[in-house]
Structure formats: structure tokens, C-alpha cells
Design a binder for this molecule. Structure first.
Ligand code: PHB
Length: 368
């Protein structure tokens, strides 16, 4: 990305109960640096987020709502009191640095591995493998990519218990002081697995028709709104179009628009749209953007392969209200300052994206 200034990115924006001083969102990215064996947020993670407090909104890395929701090495949780306390210390320090932060509530569903679950299978709407891989601890302690197995199909009772896990995690996020929560319903993880007929072949109330396939997502939304204490604190991330972790919804446009209407009816704080570009997919059409805007009049955060020119076009078209950057925030802790002043950007080092220590995490230089 070449550095140019983009004035539209530096206007304020109200997102539910929170006012953002700029429209630059730090997109959630898996970083795998929590402390084992209890998946605890730690001081290294705090430093990472505090360094990036200039973002209008930080969305945390995916944070599992239950032990079963974990699918990658050393991702943090938000299901235990110790995790909640540890997140609270991070939130306090981000606030002290002037930032705002949303917890991303995550359940990976079938994109997991028995080694995370004492040998038990990951769970999903149906017993269909993702065909993809996840990261476990290799023999040298470093992340190693392994295929995800055929998952266990959740029973109705287990679905109800999973919804309660989201409610409890949202309560924990509120106790930790997060400004907002973001439900991760994108990228082929559990909620997306329910939405698509390629991963959900259930014959009960959670499968079969598009409305039934949306049921789990909406039960989670309602539980999280209840747990966090109001829809004005709850956003959701979707990627209805494109292929992620083996989930490709043949009716993705219709699914996305139907969901957007449901989220609008509930007055959710924001809709975070992950576009197919970030994994090399085709750009969204302007027609789809226009239809999404009509279905969801609240704040739309757009993510996926953005540079400043694309950000200006999409903000200028009225199709989104804020832009989430991922990789550029990894490499530029002061991305807000750099984009405001047109300063050059540090290039991200892919080799250090996942796992490890401070290397490629908290050691990228700022301008000063
Ligand atoms: C990943 O770790 O590859 C990953 C995690 C969460 C996402 C997307 C990708 O939303």
C-alpha cells in the first residue's frame, strides 16, 4: 500500500454506544501468543494492543467462548475468571492509552483438532470435514499445520449449551470492560458452518431452509446482546461471499442480505463485512454493496485487501462507514499517524504473523 492521506478516514463515527475518533478499525487477526495451558491473555498481548491504541477501534484476535471453541495453538479464551481478569487489565491499559477495544467472540467449530480437546472431536452442525487445516503445537513447540478431522455433529442440547457459552463469554467481556463485542460469524467458523448448506445438512430446526440455517446465528446474537447488556454494544462479522475454510455458501448474497436485515431489526452496533479479496477472491460488486447498505443502515465496517484508494472509494460511495486493516496494523503500530500524514509504511513480515514472541509483534518501529 502506498501512503497517501485519506481525510474520510479521520472523521468521527458513532458505533452503538461508542464514538470512534477515526474510521480506522484494527481488524482481528489470529496471533497465537496467549499463555498456555490456560489460554491466558498476557503482558505481551497488552503491549501489542496498547501500541495500536490510535485505531478508532481495535477488534481483538479471535477469542474462544469455550474450550471447545478453540482451534489453533495459543489463542486466548474469555470463558474463565482468570482470562476475564487478564483481559480486564489489557482493556484498562488500552483505555489509559486513549483507545477503544472490542472483544471478538470466536468458536471455530470444525476448524480444530482433537489435540485441543483431550482427544475428543471438534464440533459442527454436521459431520462434514472442512477439508482444511489448522495449527497445532509441533514437535519443536512451533505451530504445525494439520488437517481438521470429520467433526461431531452437535445435538440440539449441545447447540443450546453452545449458545449459553456465547452468553457467558459476552458477560465476561462486559465484566472485563470491553467497549464492544464482535461476534465472529465469518470465515468458515462455527456460525458460518451453520449458515451454509455445504457444511450444514441438518434435518432439524437448524438446517434445511435458509431461515433454519440462520437460526443458530440469531440465537447467538440474542444471547450475546443479553450477556453484554444491549445491542448497542454488539457488532458482528460476516463473510457471506467467498470461500473460507471449506465453507462456500452458494447463495451467499442472499444469506448476507437476509442476515443484514435481521441485524438491522435488532439495531446491532455495527456490521463488519469481510470481503473475499483478502484471500484472493473477486471484489464485491457495487450492486451488492448498495443492497447491503439498503438492508443495514447502521455502521458498516469493511475489510479485505483495502488500500487507501479502495477505502476512499467505498467510504465515498456511502457503502461503508469505517475500514478495517489487518496486515498494515501488524507492521505499523502508528498506522493512524502514518495515514494521516502520508508517511511511508513498514512492510509486514509474514514469517512472524503467527505465534512466537515479540519478534514481528511488538517490535515494529513507530515514526518517533
Ligand atoms: C486464521 O488463523 O487463519 C484465521 C483466523 C480467523 C479468521 C481468519 C483466518 O477470521
Amino acid at each position: 500500500m502506498t501512503a497517501t492521506t485519506a481525510p474520510a478516514l479521520f472523521e468521527t463515527l458513532r458505533v452503538g454506544r461508542t464514538v470512534l475518533p477515526n474510521r480506522l478499525v484494527m481488524a482481528p487477526l489470529t496471533r497465537m501468543r496467549a499463555t498456555p495451558p490456560d489460554d491466558l491473555p498476557n503482558d505481551l498481548m497488552r503491549d501489542y494492543y496498547v501500541q495500536r491504541a490510535g485505531a478508532g477501534l481495535i477488534v481483538t484476535e479471535g477469542t474462544q467462548v469455550s474450550p471447545r471453541g478453540k482451534g489453533y495453538l495459543d489463542t486466548p479464551g474469555i470463558h474463565s475468571p482468570a482470562q476475564t481478569d487478564a483481559w480486564g487489565r489489557i482493556v484498562d491499559d488500552v483505555h489509559a492509552a486513549g483507545g477503544r477495544i472490542a472483544a471478538q467472540l470466536w468458536h471455530v467449530g470444525r476448524v480444530s483438532h482433537a489435540s485441543f480437546h483431550d482427544g475428543a472431536l471438534p464440533v459442527a452442525p454436521s459431520a462434514i470435514a472442512s477439508g482444511g487445516r489448522t495449527s497445532v503445537k509441533g514437535p519443536d513447540g512451533c505451530p504445525e499445520r494439520v488437517p481438521s478431522p470429520v467433526p461431531h455433529a452437535l445435538t440440539p442440547e449441545e447447540i443450546a449449551a453452545t449458545v449459553e457459552d456465547y452468553r457467558a463469554a459476552a458477560r465476561n467481556a462486559r465484566a472485563a470492560g470491553f467497549d464492544l463485542v464482535e461476534i465472529h460469524a465469518a470465515h468458515g467458523y462455527l456460525i458460518h458452518q451453520f449458515l451454509s448448506p455445504t457444511s450444514n445438512v441438518r434435518e432439524d430446526a437448524y438446517g434445511g431452509t435458509p431461515e433454519n440455517r440462520r437460526r443458530f446465528a440469531l440465537e447467538v446474537v440474542d444471547a450475546v446482546v443479553d450477556g453484554f447488556g444491549g445491542a448497542d454494544g454488539v457488532g458482528i462479522r460476516i463473510s457471506p461471499i467467498g470461500s473460507f475454510n471449506g465453507v462456500e455458501d452458494p447463495d451467499g448474497q442472499a444469506t448476507g442480505l437476509a442476515l443484514a436485515s435481521e441485524f438491522a431489526a435488532r439495531d446491532l452496533a455495527f456490521l463488519h463485512l469481510s470481503e473475499p479479496d483478502w484471500v484472493g477472491g473477486e471484489s464485491l460488486s457495487d450492486d451488492f454493496r448498495t443492497a447491503l447498505r439498503a438492508a443495514y443502515p447502521g455502521p458498516i465496517v469493511a475489510a479485505g485487501g483495502y488500500d487507501v484508494a479502495k477505502a476512499e472509494r467505498v467510504l465515498g460511495g456511502g457503502w461503508a462507514d469505517a475500514i478495517a486493516f489487518g496486515r498494515w496494523w501488524i507492521a505499523n503500530p502508528d498506522l493512524d499517524v502514518r495515514l494521516r500524514t502520508g508517511a511511508p509504511l513498514n512492510e509486514p513480515d509474514k514469517a512472524t504473523f503467527y505465534g512466537g514472541g515479540a519478534d514481528g509483534y511488538t517490535d515494529y518501529p513507530t515514526l518517533r
